[in-house]
Design a protein around this ligand. Sequence first.
Ligand SMILES: [Cu+2]
Length: 162
Amino acid sequence: MSRDMSRLALRALALAGAMLAVGMASAETVGSISVENAWSRAVPSGSNVAVGYLAIRNDGDEPDRLLSASAPFAGEAAIHQTNMTDGMMRMRPVPDGVPIAAKSTVLLEPNAYHIMFMGLTKPLNEGDTVPAKLTFERAGSVDITLQILGMGAQRPKTGPQQ
Ligand SMILES: [Cu+2]
């Protein structure tokens, strides 16, 4: 490869990385609440359940609470929490929602809080983006966009969750 060619290739790589970083760092804001790095995994054919993860930042002086979620690609969405109980990973619905203390960030991430999407009405493929809506007790509702990562993804490659 000539020197010019390799320099061009490097520049293209850097640009792709920057675009990816911008894509993953997108934040959707309502009131004092910002939702960042929303993502889910590609779903294998035959499964109709997906899991959503994201970071919720509360810049306000008052606590808030994530009450519910919904998405046009799922018949139902519920907030779940995964815990280790008697040596087994179990998840259960969170009827009171997820508290978001003032001036704090709460991560919905693997093996913790997450959003369970059930009754998927369309396949989720790696590279897709899909819309969803979150409703907070104080801030109200915000439309978010989930990036669909690969089936084995554990977290986004960039952003505050890393
Ligand atoms: Cu779950």
